[in-house]
Ligand binder design. Structure first.
Ligand code: ADP
Ligand code: MG
Length: 333
């Protein structure tokens, strides 16, 4: 069944990046406005994520580490309507079964009321004891795959694992301008992002995540119809030439990779400009959530639109218009 598949897909803890993705989604689900990520050795040695969200009550701490113990869903109907990022209730349990995991959390303003729970591998004896912590949660994942050598073998170099992990952080930081993020690797600050609440601030965040060169030449797009809204930045082909993989498309705040969207974007570029270019873009589409199914597969970034043709037309025409407007003579070879 679909529910069973979605649950099964949640079992995948492939590499440090997938751990970070699950943990960050939990932070966001908890309403955090600030998230600090600290990793060592590409995340294989340590992943520590601290948030200022609602926290986990002391009596729920051991439960949070148990399989299928989600606090976010109680029925199949909920699953259909789910708006939170997590709904499978086993990310923490899965991560805990292949690492040394510590959870410190506090739901109160008084930091002395914090509680800590730890587990080590599959046979978890979850102990809860007091530990000082401000309101929010810190999850520490050490020695990923320490007890599953077969999976550990599939890890790549520290550099590669970190770049996957950084990509996950980047996507969420691009999706959530309202949240402050920091990322440190082996003690070095990689990203430090304060909340970006207006367009200039957002532009600064995109520049710092995607490189200033992209932002210097990108054009800003904003178009709204009754049923759709598109917003974001697209690169001009003189830039796009060298940036094949700077392509971010968000639907209702979630990053997706979708053939229909890719096609619409490509067509617009091709029509206005010239062939053979890889467009660079950071774009945000909003539409009625009832008209898009984002749960096609929880770990792949796929969506299904109810009116695919309308979505295609809207994206194509919005980009076409924006690109045609700015095409200066010297952009044409
Ligand atoms: P899911 O997110 O699918 O519910 P998880 O295994 O990811 O399942 O998390 C289990 C539960 O632990 C969540 O339902 C939530 O109640 C709690 N939890 C996990 N991380 C956090 C966090 N950072 N802040 C608050 N609660 C959390
Ligand atoms: Mg979760």
């Amino acid at each position: 069944t679909r529910l069973a598949n979605q649950i099964a897909a949640g079992e995948v803890v492939e590499r440090p990046a997938s751990v970070v993705k699950e943990l960050l989604e939990n932070c966001l689900d908890a309403g955090s406005t600030r998230i600090d990520i600290d990793v060592e050795s590409g995340g294989t040695k340590l992943i520590r994520i601290r948030d200022n969200g609602q926290g986990i009550a002391a009596e729920d701490l051991p439960l949070a580490l148990a399989r299928h113990a989600t606090s976010k869903i109680t029925s199949l109907e909920d699953l259909e309507a789910v708006s939170s990022l997590g709904f499978r209730g086993e990310a923490l349990a899965s991560i805990g079964s292949v690492s040394r995991l510590s959870l410190i959390s506090n739901t109160a303003d008084d930091s002395s009321e914090g509680q800590q729970a730890e587990s080590e591998g599959r046979d978890m004896e979850v102990q809860v004891r007091p530990a000082a912590h401000p309101r929010g949660t810190t999850v520490e994942v050490r020695d990923l795959f320490f007890n599953t050598p077969a999976r550990r073998k599939f890890l790549r170099t520290e550099k590669t694992e970190f770049s996957h992990l950084e990509e996950v952080v980047k996507r969420l930081a691009l999706a959530r301008f309202d949240v402050a993020f920091s990322l440190r690797h082996n003690g070095r600050v990689i990203h430090q992002l304060r909340p970006a609440l207006d367009e200039p601030e957002q532009k600064r965040r995109v520049a710092s995540l995607c490189g200033p060169a992209f932002m210097e030449q990108a054009i800003y797009i904003e178009r709204e119809l009754p049923e759709f809204k598109l917003q974001g930045w697209v690169g001009l082909p003189t830039f796009s030439r060298s940036q094949a993989d700077l392509q971010y498309f968000f639907v209702n705040g979630r990053v997706i990779r979708d053939k229909l969207i890719a096609h619409a974007v490509k067509q617009a570029y091709r029509d206005v400009l010239y062939h053979g270019r890889h467009p660079a873009f950071v774009l945000y589409l909003s539409l009625d959530p009832a008209k898009v199914d984002v749960n096609v597969h929880p770990t792949k970034h796929e969506v299904r639109f109810r009116d695919g043709r309308d979505v295609h037309n809207f994206i194509f025409s919005s980009l076409h218009r924006a690109l045609a407007d700015v095409r200066p003579a010297d952009q044409v070879e």
